[in-house]
Write a protein of this length. Structure first.
Ligand SMILES: [Zn+2]
Length: 109
């Protein structure tokens, strides 16, 4: 009986910690301004992908972040294309030369 009570307490304190953990998860409030002058804040988890726009809870208008930050996705570096990588390694005249050589080889076959 005493053993069971102890175990119960153990479980209880564990789940309490978990709850607190959720409660303590870092959050951030992001302010938005709607075009109709409404300002509101939405709470996000720090791990959440932050949107650049949010629907105004009062009028439904698309609202932009008060801090002027655009959606996080757009902050990422633009993806380099194969062409970008190619032009980093070779100049255009070099590429033209290579292409010519290649084409000649292909035509020979
Ligand atoms: Zn509004």
């Amino acid at each position: 009986m005493a053993d069971r009570a102890l175990r119960g307490m153990g479980l209880g304190s564990k789940s309490f910690e978990d709850e607190e953990g959720v409660e303590m998860a870092e959050r951030q409030e992001i302010g938005f301004d709607c075009p109709n002058g409404h300002h509101f804040e939405i709470t996000f988890s720090v791990e959440a992908e932050l949107p650049g726009v949010w629907e105004c809870p009062r009028c439904g208008a698309e609202s932009h972040r008060s801090d002027g930050t655009k959606a996080e996705k757009k902050k990422e570096k633009p993806q380099r294309t194969h062409w970008d990588m190619l032009t980093e390694r070779r100049s255009i005249p070099e590429l033209e030369e290579l292409l010519k050589e290649r084409l000649e080889e292909i035509r020979k076959e």
